[in-house]
Design a protein around this ligand. Structure first.
Ligand SMILES: [Zn+2]
Length: 228
């Protein structure tokens, strides 16, 4: 994880919190962390009266979470929630963000997921990371190859390739989710409960890892020779 810049793809405003401990740890180590959110989260209203305000609410919640996680910048594709489609216009937006951020590593949803936005984010981001390195659509910025690409969720039947030690950061996912007040009905918890649990985890300071899978896009080099 010795990177200068990373780019985390999330279908919805809070999906990236599955790796919130890693995000905060890398940020503390001086890595510039960018998050790219595919959709506006407009369907995530558990109370009918919130329909007109939910996007604004979630924008504010994302800004608050970014402070907790140490996110440098959040980028928005702006597709409607449940309506992310793999069309040309959306694809070009993904390429443009890759070329703008120029990450050393990208993290995205795994392919085995029941949510259409998660699966589409996986497919579009992987394709965009490849296409961004090709000399095409050059008005979107200079070509950029992202050498390392990981999944952070939804890989079935395969144990994670990497357990990243985030000891000391076990409370960060909880603390980040505490800021997502509009989603607490869905998660059947309150802000107070999440903050109390985060404090318990912080004080317990137990060993904590987050899981990652390497995609088949990664060319593995520079490994030390195996011991005899
Ligand atoms: Zn999601």
């Amino acid at each position: 994880m010795n990177y200068r810049r990373i780019l985390v793809f999330a279908a919805h405003p809070d999906d990236e919190m599955a790796m919130a401990g890693t995000i905060r740890k890398l940020s503390d180590l001086g890595v510039e962390v960018h998050v790219c959110v595919s959709t506006d989260g407009c369907e995530g209203y558990p109370v009918a009266e919130w329909k007109d305000d939910i996007v604004k609410m979630r924008m504010q919640e994302q800004a608050e979470a970014d402070k907790v996680m140490g996110v440098h910048k959040r980028h928005h594709i702006g597709s409607p929630d449940m309506g992310l489609v793999n069309d040309k216009q959306t694809f070009l937006k993904f390429i443009e963000i890759v070329r703008k951020v120029r990450p050393d590593a990208a993290f995205t949803h795994g392919p085995d997921d029941r949510h259409r936005d998660h699966v589409n984010t996986c497919h579009i981001s992987l394709e965009a990371l490849w296409q961004a390195a090709e000399p095409v659509s050059m008005e979107l910025g200079p070509a950029w190859n992202t050498p390392h690409i990981y999944y952070y969720t939804a890989v079935k039947g395969q144990p994670p390739h990497i357990l990243y030690d985030c000891t000391g950061y076990a409370h960060i996912p909880c603390l980040a989710r505490a800021t997502q007040v509009s989603q607490h009905v869905l998660w059947n918890c309150t802000r107070q409960e999440l903050e109390a649990e985060a404090e318990r985890l912080r004080q317990a300071n137990e060993p904590y890892c987050e899981r990652f899978w390497m995609t088949d896009r990664m060319v593995l080099t520079d490994f030390p020779p195996l011991a005899e």
